[in-house]
Design a protein around this ligand. Structure first.
Ligand SMILES: *[C@@H]1O[C@H](CO)[C@@H](O)[C@H](O)[C@H]1NC(C)=O
Ligand SMILES: *[C@@H]1O[C@H](CO)[C@@H](O)[C@H](O)[C@H]1NC(C)=O
Ligand SMILES: *[C@@H]1O[C@H](CO)[C@@H](O)[C@H](O)[C@H]1NC(C)=O
Length: 979
């Protein structure tokens, strides 16, 4: 056994930053700010380092860059209105590797504008307004390898403009206004790694004078300029060039090419110059084999002439494009060396015949590719008896006018792998046309006029993998049309006229994986039609057909029930009005489906069980489906636990409750833009734990308390909310001048309801203030009485419980009636041994008078009030009667006995209406002036004082409905009723 390998002694140097670490950095860095969302940029949901700030009308870089995390690696600011780049504009993003500033209005770049971007590798400044480039504009871009400055009105370059770009490999200056190569050469001469320099479409009129281009340069493109000649082209100008493109200039002289030392050149393009090729071929330095003969006006017989000069070993490619070649007689190319690919595109060939006849014997063995696109070919003849070109693999005859293909037209190419006949006028395919192409893998017949596919047409194509019949006029697929295509994997029938898919149409396609039937007129699809491909089909494209359902009750078997391997199903944009309704169990059986496209279908209804079988679904779009659905049924997503991306943009949703999202625990991306959503339910937060990207653009979200959780959630969650800072309240402005924004609306009022607290705090005080005067007016004594009772109760409860009274009666009277009281009442009652309490006699001296009154009332079983006019007028007396009546209400005992000394009319009485109320309820006795009645009076009074109950027949109890209602009392006019 070998000893174990010892661990390496030295650790390798640290890699720059491994991708997972970078990702972590990004994830940590991003939510650090106040909220996760960017004013003008969208972080790619697929690549967290990529930020797109495209088409935001940005006028300054700061507006975009300020809120981006420093870990950003790619920034796309194209299609904005930036007009200048200030110094260190991107210094916040030191890890940037790609920066796209195309399609702006940049007119100047300040020196040091890109300072701090040491890691930048790709910079695009095309389609701006830069007229010049100053020194220092690119300072700090030491790692830049690709710089595009296309389509700027560049007329000059400072000699040191590119100096800092020590790593630049690719510089594109297409479509500028540079007048000569010299200044460019001066500017790039210090770039040690430059490999490609593209100056096509400028205004170059001369190559020199100028220093040589850097020796590293391999490709120089000078096409579409105004080079009249090669004047000034010094011998060292183009040192090691491999490819030189001089096409579409005005070069007419061939002789100056000898000065340029083009020996190393392997590709020279001279198309579109008024140049005599044959003269050029005399120039010693130009190697004919490197020349691209396209567009050189070779003329009739020119091809043969060229071939004669191209002696030597096999040519990889011979390009004779755009030379106006009208006919190629048999053997026309026999003089050429062996050629890999022969390109005859863009000529005027009307017939090609059988290709082998053009060639010599050696070429027939070597030819691998034939390209004759953009010619005028009309028919392909039968070539059955021709010698076989066994190495021929690719034939492309696109963009011709081929109407018919003869039987066995490709018999000369038995090993053909790819045949392109697209964009022709084929209306009918001979059953034998493709005879013998047993090795064919790819056949393109798209964009022709084929109406019928005859059974057996493809019988020999047993190895075909891809058959493209798109954009023809096929309306019927006869049973067996595809017989023989046992290995076919991709069948494209898009853009035809199919209305019906017969059960046997796909018979024989046992390995079909992708079937495109989009843009046909299919009105229904049936499970039977897909049965032949059920074991293999993975992609089915049915978009833009005429499928439509009017009821949720299925009329037939679920159409996809056999397609258990299907992972991608496209059903969007059914014509003319969309799918409208999805029947019950429509997607039954699609247990492997991963992507489902249902956009643009004007859906009216989705049954809650629609997606129940799709447990593997990862991507679902219902975008642009606002057919009046309004809401999604509860539980419609309940089984989609694998879903990662859900696009509900412009789906007409008015609400989105938590009951809709059943189990979307892996959902990362949710598009809800352009819906009528006003509120987002807080419970969604807990239901979508994996969410990372949320698009709520153009939803009229209101700044109401129902959304109060949003700002806070946005602030702490890991979800990027697209353009978070641009959502204004209610989708529009928030009244007044300044619009209010969702992210910043003041939610405190929702959480601690200041208004409620203020109300709760002040209302009792206000009520108390309102009540106090009232209480004081109406219940002052009552309150005092109760207060007293409370005190008394606190002082000694036992007294209350014993219920033993010190007096039988407290006598309340006015001093004006003292004569009657002391002369008549007291002797009479004390004779009956009733203990009486009289204020002048029994009040404790030194106590408050009110306490004395209350004490007396309380310590007496009854209170006798002696009523007279003066009594009524007296404050103290009315107080006494009042306190006694409170005791009455308090103890529910009849303690009050009223004695009228004189008749008091009702009108007079009503002035004291508190008194009147008592009178109306209480028993009263009237002191009769007649002596004989006085005996009865005393008897009644004594009985009243002894009993616990009211005395006398005069007892009248009556509820008074309204206090102070004048004459409505029961008191008889002129006084209380006689006893
Ligand atoms: C930036 O966005 C534009 C517009 O979508 C796109 O065409 C361009 O390719 C993007 N640039 C980069 C570097 O991806
Ligand atoms: C260029 O990139 C390399 C590694 O890719 C790095 O070490 C170097 O510091 C970079 N140059 C600058 C100027 O940042
Ligand atoms: C191109 O250069 C010619 C002179 O060489 C000049 O007359 C013409 O205005 C230039 N065109 C542009 C667009 O700069």
């Amino acid at each position: 056994m070998r000893p174990p390998v010892p661990p390496p002694r030295r650790l390798p140097p640290l890699p720059p930053l491994p991708p997972p670490l970078l990702l972590l950095l990004l994830l940590l860095a991003v939510p650090g700010g106040s909220a996760y969302g960017f004013r003008n940029c969208i972080q790619s949901p697929w690549d967290p380092g990529l930020f797109r700030c495209v088409q935001r009308f940005l006028g300054s870089v700061a507006g975009a860059v300020d809120d981006l995390p420093p870990a950003a690696t790619a920034l796309n600011l194209s299609h904005n209105s930036l007009h200048r780049l200030p110094p260190a504009a991107f210094a916040r993003l030191p890890l940037l590797r790609t920066l796209d500033l195309a399609y702006n209005r940049l007119a100047s770049i300040a020196p040091g504008a890109f300072a701090g971007l040491g890691a930048l590798a790709t910079l695009d400044l095309s389609h701006n307004r830069l007229a010049g480039l100053a020194e220092g504009a690119f300072a700090g871009l030491g790692n830049l390898s690709s710089l595009r400055l296309d389509r700027n009105p560049l007329a000059g370059l400072a000699p040191g403009a590119f100096l800092p770009l020590a790593n630049l490999r690719c510089l594109s200056l297409r479509g500028g206004r540079l007048p000569a190569l010299g200044p460019v050469a001066l500017a790039v001469r210090h770039l040690p790694r430059l490999q490609l320099l593209d100056l096509c479409g400028n205004n170059l009129s001369a190559l020199g004078p100028g220093p040589p281009l850097p020796p590293s340069l391999l490709t120089l493109r000078l096409c579409n300029n105004s080079l009249g000649g090669l004047a000034g082209g010094t011998p060292g100008l183009l040192p090691a060039l491999r490819a030189l493109d001089l096409s579409y200039n005005n070069i007419s002289e061939a002789a100056p090419f000898s000065q340029l030392r083009l020996r190393n050149l392997s590709r020279l393009r001279l198309a579109g110059n008024p140049l005599d090729v044959f003269q050029l071929l005399e120039v010693s330095d130009v190697r004919p084999r490197s020349l691209d003969f396209s567009g050189l006006q070779l003329g009739p017989g020119g091809a043969a002439e060229v071939c004669r000069r191209l002696t030597g070993p096999r040519l990889r490619r011979l390009r004779l494009r755009r030379n106006g070649i009208g006919t190629l007689p048999d053997g026309a190319l026999a003089a050429c060396p062996a050629v890999g690919t022969l390109d005859l595109s863009g000529n005027r060939l009307r017939r090609l015949g059988c290709v082998g006849r053009l060639l010599g014997p050696r070429q027939r063995q070597e030819l691998a590719g034939l390209v004759a696109e953009h010619n005028l070919l009309r028919r392909l003849p039968s070539c059955q008896a021709e010698p076989a070109l066994r190495s021929l693999r690719n034939v492309s005859l696109r963009f011709n006018r081929i109407l018919t293909v003869g039987p066995r037209a490709f018999a000369y190419a038995p090993c053909l792998r790819a045949l392109r006949l697209d964009v022709n006028g084929l209306a009918r395919l001979d059953r034998q046309a493709l005879w013998g192409l047993r090795e064919l893998r790819e056949l393109r017949l798209d964009n022709n006029l084929l109406t019928d596919l005859y059974p057996g047409s493809f019988a020999d194509l047993g190895r075909l993998r891809t058959l493209n019949l798109r954009n023809n006029r096929v309306s019927v697929l006869f049973p067996g049309a595809f017989a023989g295509l046992a290995r076919l994997q991709t069948l494209d029938l898009g853009g035809n006229n199919l209305r019906h898919l017969a059960a046997a149409a796909l018979r024989g396609l046992g390995e079909l994986r992708r079937l495109y039937l989009d843009r046909n007129r299919l009105q229904e699809v049936s499970a039977e039609a897909f049965r032949p491909v059920q074991a293999s089909l993975g992609v089915l494209d049915l978009r833009a057909n005429a499928l439509r359902y009017i009821s949720q009750r299925p009329r037939q078997q679920p159409p996809f029930r056999h397609l258990q391997r299907l992972y991608d199903l496209k059903l969007q944009a059914q014509q003319p009005y969309g799918l409208r309704i999805i029947p019950h169990r429509f997607f039954q059986g699609l247990t492997a489906l991963r992507s489902l496209f249902l956009a643009q279908n004007w859906l009216l209804a989705i049954p809650a069980d629609a997606f129940d079988d799709l447990a593997q679904l990862r991507y679902l779009t219902l975008a642009d489906s606002s057919g009046g659905m309004g809401d999604l049924p509860a539980g419609v997503f309940k089984n989609l636990s694998s879903l990662r991306s859900l696009d509900l943009e412009n789906a007409g949703l008015r609400s989105l409750g938590p009951e809709v999202f059943g189990n979307l625990s892996r959902l990362e991306r949710l598009g809800l833009a352009k819906n009528e959503l006003r509120t987002i339910d807080q419970r969604l937060d807990g239901q979508l734990p994996a969410l990372r990207y949320l698009d709520l653009r153009k939803c009229p979200l209101s700044c109401a308390c129902a959304n109060a959780w949003l700002p806070d959630w946005l602030g702490r969650s890991r979800v990027q909310v697209v353009y978070l800072y641009n959502y204004s309240c209610g989708g529009g402005g928030g009244g007044g001048g300044q619009p209010a924004y969702l992210h910043s609306f003041d939610t405190r009022v929702c959480f601690l309801d200041v208004g409620l607290y203020l109300f709760a705090g002040t209302a009792p005080a206000v009520l108390l203030l309102l009540a106090l005067p009232l209480l004081h007016h109406r219940a002052y004594w009552r309150l005092r009485y109760h207060f007293y009772l409370l005190r008394a109760w606190a002082n000694g409860r036992w007294r209350r419980e014993e219920r033993r009274y010190a007096y039988d009666s407290f006598v309340s009277y006015n001093s004006a009636d003292e004569g009657w009281v002391l002369g008549e009442l007291v002797p009479e009652l004390e004779r009956a041994s009733l203990r009486l309490c009289l204020h002048h006699r029994d009040f404790s001296p030194g106590r408050a008078i009110i306490d004395n009154i209350v004490d007396s009332i309380y310590n007496s079983r009854k209170t006798v009030c002696v009523l007279s006019r003066s009594y009524l007028r007296s404050e103290w007396c009315s107080l006494e009667i009042q306190l006694a009546s409170y005791r009455l209400f308090d103890e529910l005992r009849d303690v009050l006995v009223l004695v009228f000394l004189e008749a008091i009319p009702d009108a007079e009485l009503s002035a004291y209406h508190r008194m009147r109320r008592v009178l109306l309820k209480r028993t009263y006795l009237r002191w009769p002036p007649e002596p004989q009645a006085q005996r009865l009076f005393w008897a009644k009074l004594k009985r009243a004082l002894r009993s616990g109950y009211a005395a006398g027949e005069e007892e009248e109890e009556e509820e008074e409905e309204e206090e102070g209602c004048g004459e409505s009392g029961k008191l008889p006019q002129g006084g209380p009723p006689p006893v």
